[in-house]
Design a protein around this ligand. Structure first.
Ligand code: DC
Length: 232
């Protein structure tokens, strides 16, 4: 009897992790467009959970109370939206308060386990680029391509101040650096799935690169990797 060769399409996962303000979401969106992949901005999920918990009047650092609130929190990320219990909250979650809040709730085990399960379910069988802090190291240990972006803290803060100025908000580089530093420390120090490069991640220092240059480097690596996996 002849062999029946069946190819299962499992999709390709690319992960982009790194500290706050390093430019992950800009790079992720453009790279996804160029490659024809979908993308998952996992930070938006933590931000939506922080918003939900804050609306309930629960202290974000109170692990027991946050955990108790989770059964009433449903977060979905259809393209271009962040849906919290049926409401698109995408325009509400990009505040400095929720940046800090997302980092605070992300420390809690139950929050992480809920969102990690949702992230894995959302990517099944798809070509997807996922950005966050733990995508390569914890959520998708078998991802085909893993990146960890880094950049000088002051350069990251200056980029952020520029973005806020373009949106009509004035903040000082020092204030942004203080928040950024506090968040990075908390994200790297938590017990479950701390921010860290996966052992097999490509670490790219973007301090002296434009986002276009970063995207081009990542795109070349992903295309090479994809060509290589197709021949295996
Ligand atoms: O990427 P961001 O700035 O939107 O993320 C907000 C916070 O969410 C971040 O400070 C830590 C948390 N986060 C996380 O713990 N794990 C992820 N995969 C993504 C974000």
């Amino acid at each position: 009897m002849p062999f029946l060769i069946t190819q299962y399409f499992t999709g390709m996962i690319v992960t982009i992790d790194g500290p706050s303000g390093v430019g992950k979401s800009t790079v992720t969106k453009e790279l996804a467009t160029r490659l024809g992949f979908e993308y998952l901005n996992t930070g938006a999920m933590y931000r939506a959970v922080a918003l939900a918990v804050q609306r309930l009047g629960v202290r974000l650092t109170d692990e027991a109370a946050v955990t108790a609130a989770l059964p009433g929190v449903h977060v979905e990320l259809p393209p271009g939206c962040v849906v919290l219990n049926g409401e698109n909250v995408a325009h509400l979650i990009r505040t400095p308060e929720l940046s800090r809040g997302a980092s605070e709730v992300s420390v809690h085990r139950a929050v992480r386990l809920m969102l990690v399960a949702a992230q894995r379910a959302a990517t099944t069988g798809r070509d997807m680029i996922c950005d966050g802090r733990d995508q390569g190291s914890f959520v998708f240990p078998l991802a085909e391509c893993k990146f960890f972006l880094i950049a000088d803290a002051r350069v990251r803060a200056e980029r952020r101040v520029g973005e806020l100025a373009a949106a009509g908000q004035r903040v000082s580089v020092e204030d942004v650096m203080r928040d950024q530093d506090e968040r990075d420390r908390r994200d790297a120090a938590r017990e479950l799935a701390p921010m860290a490069p996966a052992p097999d991640a490509v670490i790219l220092d973007t301090t002296h690169l434009t986002s276009k240059e970063v995207i081009e480097r990542l795109e070349n690596i992903v295309r090479d990797q994809r060509a290589c996996s197709r021949h295996r």
